[in-house]
Write a protein that binds this ligand. Structure first.
Ligand SMILES: [Zn+2]
Length: 122
């Protein structure tokens, strides 16, 4: 288990990252609103608008997924189960948590999990 100071540090990183994502999602929303309020003159503009919104939608979805992971980690910090692999229960190495503070699997389980996901998506 990471010690209290280490958890405090990771908590700060997670909270900061959470704020960054929220800010970024809000500005993306504002951009989309701006685009929508602009008058569309010809088909080319419309195609451009459609692809922009699509890209921004994808970015937002990705950010929301990360936000959920961050929230989950923050909850775990509170209840004391942070830094423990969800799958096998081993302590996740601190180096891994520092690289990815919202990691919920140890390296081995992450690899196994990704293989399973890849199978599902085929
Ligand atoms: Zn594991």
């Amino acid at each position: 288990m990471p010690n209290r100071i280490q958890i405090e540090e990771l908590n700060k990183i997670l909270t900061q990252r959470r704020e960054d994502i929220l800010t970024s999602i809000n500005s993306t929303r504002n951009n989309i609103d701006d685009l929508k309020s602009q008058e569309i003159n010809d088909e080319l503009d419309y195609a451009e608008l459609a692809s922009d919104s699509f890209t921004e939608g994808m970015i937002a979805n990705h950010q929301i997924a990360e936000l959920n992971q961050i929230d989950e980690s923050l909850k775990k910090i509170k209840d004391g189960s942070y830094g423990i692999c969800d799958m096998c229960g081993v302590t996740i190495p601190l180096g891994r948590l520092k690289a990815k503070p919202f990691a919920k699997f140890c390296t081995e389980c992450r690899t196994a999990f990704e293989k399973e996901e890849a199978k599902k998506s085929k």
